[in-house]
Ligand binder design. Structure first.
Ligand SMILES: NC(=O)c1ccc[n+]([C@@H]2O[C@H](COP(=O)([O-])OP(=O)(O)OC[C@H]3O[C@@H](n4cnc5c(N)ncnc54)[C@H](O)[C@@H]3O)[C@@H](O)[C@H]2O)c1
Length: 346
């Protein structure tokens, strides 16, 4: 390992800007190259960073020329497997944009490549670095509503992206839902067991396929998580973080996905409807979502520097990815799908 981590940026499209900016003031890491199939995008990334680093479109050659320690993979999901495998085999650690891969088989092959080469493969799950989500996670873990039994998340936004998403099958589940699914694991501290869901493309959708979905997950600890979402629901949008109702054995929490967090618990054990008391909740703040990428990248670099396992390591994140593919399989087969059958877990 070099004194200063040598980072190769692969994929220089829209989201990569957040990654480029994250290293702006890093004392211990810097870009040594920019790779994109479209060389102009790689050049634009170098200009954005005012960096004299190498620019190219051939990853294998760039890995050899830059002797990078770390690859930041911001390519499209179908390319993650190829990029990560080459990088891991070249001895690089890899931090990959979500979703880890476009199939569970590819994800498992990437995990195997990381293991075989003794390198750390992790995933960008930026919403775990939202301070408000972390405050809620800690509040739940402190037991204020008893033991969490049920989580409900609503996600309704109508973005007109253009680009690869508009032709993607099951676009909401495949490209977006992993954020909310991973948040459910993060908030509850439980892992998914089964998925039962449906995915459809409502009239008026500007996507080719599956802009809406509803899925119920059974999780460890007897927890149930339900998800309702749409990427073509005009009006009354939720935050990108979803709106949450979380039920415990003693009370409930409602988080609007932004700065409002309310909690009520049962106060007595008499009456048809019991009395409830408000519980003070942590003060949530307006946060700049662009900073969560930087926080996630910092946490990853810190983990690599000291040889610690990062929070979003791929061996764990594959459980969130498997929720996506189990939901898609369930939507296609109209059957409940066991998630262990996808991750290979016992
Ligand atoms: N974490 C988040 O909040 C968030 C938000 C948006 C996008 N994303 C994810 O980021 C990834 C990229 O999304 P985007 O919106 O930036 O897409 P994009 O199409 O704007 O950029 C992708 C870039 O990767 C390049 N590319 C594709 N295959 C390549 C390869 N094999 N080698 C080198 N370059 C290659 C393309 O030429 C393009 O410039 C996706 O996985 C997406 O799901 C995450």
């Amino acid at each position: 390992m070099h004194d200063r981590l040598r980072v190769l940026q692969v994929g220089c499209g829209d989201i990569s800007r957040l990654w480029l900016d994250a290293l702006r003031d890093a004392p211990d890491a810097g870009f040594v190259g920019f790779v994109d199939l479209d060389p102009e995008r790689a050049r634009a990334a170098a200009r954005h960073c005012a960096s004299p680093a190498l620019v190219g479109s051939d990853l294998r050659a760039m890995l050899a020329q830059t002797r990078a320690d770390i690859v930041f993979d911001c390519t499209v999901p179908e390319a993650h497997h190829g990029v990560a495998t080459l990088a891991l085999e070249a001895g690089c650690h890899v931090l990959c944009e979500k979703p880890l891969a476009d199939t569970v088989a590819s994800a498992r092959a990437m995990l195997a490549a990381a293991e075989a080469n003794g390198r750390t493969l992790a995933v960008m799950q930026n919403r775990r670095f939202d301070p408000n989500a972390r405050a809620l996670r800690d509040f739940l873990a402190a037991g204020h509503i008893g033991r969490v039994t049920t989580l409900h998340a609503d996600f309704f936004i109508a973005p007109h992206f253009g680009g690869f998403r508009e032709s993607m099958e099951h676009v909401l589940l495949r490209d977006m839902a992993i954020h909310t699914f991973d948040s459910a694991r993060f908030l509850a501290g439980e892992d998914p067991l089964t998925a039962l869901g449906t995915s459809w493309n409502p009239e008026g959708s500007w996507y080719a396929h599956g802009a809406s979905a509803a899925v119920t997950f059974e999780m460890t600890g007897g927890v149930v998580f339900t998800y309702r979402g749409s990427w073509c629901a005009e009006g009354l949008p939720t935050p990108w973080e979803s709106q949450w109702r979380i039920v415990g054995t003693k009370g409930s929490v409602v988080w609007d996905g932004a700065e409002s967090l309310r909690c009520e618990v049962v106060r007595n054990d008499e009456g048809f409807l019991r009395e409830h008391a408000s519980v003070p909740t942590p003060a949530l703040r307006r946060t700049d979502s662009a900073r969560w990428h930087a926080a996630a990248i910092r946490a990853y670099l810190d983990a690599v520097l000291v040889g610690r396992t990062p929070e979003t390591v791929a061996t764990d994140n594959i459980r969130s990815l498997a929720m996506v593919f189990a939901a898609i399989e369930s939507a296609e087969t109209h059957r409940r799908v066991a998630i262990a059958s996808l991750t290979g877990a016992a």
